[in-house]
Design a binder for this molecule. Sequence first.
Ligand code: SF4
Length: 378
Amino acid sequence: MASIIPLLTEFEKGHISERQPLPERYLGLSDAEMDARIAAARAQLAGRLVILGHHYQRDEVIKFADYTGDSFRLARQIATRPEADYIVFCGVHFMAESADVLAAPHQQVILPDLTAGCSMSDMAAPDQLESCWEELTQMGIPGVVPVTYINSAASIKAFVGERGGSVCTSSNAAATFRWAFARGERVLFLPDQHLGRNTAYTMGIPLADMVVWDPDEIFGGLDPDQVLRARMILWKGLCSVHERFTVPQIDAVRRQHPGIRVIVHPEVAWDVVQAADASGSTEYILKTVRNSPPGSVWAVGTEVHLVNRLANELAPERTVMSLDRFGCLCSTMFRISPNHLLWILEELVDGRVHNRVRVPDAQKHWTRVALDRMLSTS
Ligand code: SF4
């Protein structure tokens, strides 16, 4: 089947989001100097600037954010600041793309370092999704509603939106699956197999009704009968950070801290969710742990910056630790350094925009349709 949405070549992608590296003069600055200069530039841009910070962002950066949150919460903030000319997104690339699509035409979205990507998002390429869709048709599989996690490229969101599907986040995945099942017999969910499996299982769909589609195999490595029996077709993708959490870690932490409660993000594997006491989005994790009784002890299975901040916030009344004793760091999120933030802001003060993220016009309409379906499903 021919693509309805023009796909970009690597050159075109580079042309639209052209990366400019950090100038050398922004290296080797002291923390105190960076703090003072970021604060000064931010003050000069007041009213024209909004800084969004994802929960996984490092402390030295997120302290300058006007709004913090998960992808869903930050996407919702865009509409609340129409007066801002610049949206500086301290997160990763797919988040900035969504912001660009949801922003007003006069607003420019900036990702301080364009190399801040997401390994999960990279596991679903537009040509792979096109092949998958075409092969499902060849296999004679009816009633497939595509749903993509917000952790995917705008080109994937546009493809899904154009074919009657939606975007979801970990906060509203179950609601989105219910929305999809009202429109079809089965859901093709990408790119995170774990979020798809964990959410569907919680909704009462047995594992036997789920298959994993391997985009590197012809027909996903499946035969038509397997897919016809399935209600969930799960893309073979995952988060390289959350896959590090394991059941043996839970067993160990329970032995070391009798009475401890374990809470994990649904991007972890199914058996880890089953062994934990609770699972949910980052917003759910924050709310649950903050509202727990004084004296509670928690092991948290998500990115380490969120866990450490929560631990500092709630100490000494509650004890919070990472489920992985070495901590799980999102290394791409970590690329947004205070040096990059300082450079971006000082250049904006001088009227220069660097590292702007722009979704091509050809993809904007259907990406917006898919994102609007997400924002109206909760
Ligand atoms: S934590 Fe995982 S899913 Fe989230 S941005 Fe990092 S690599 Fe992507």
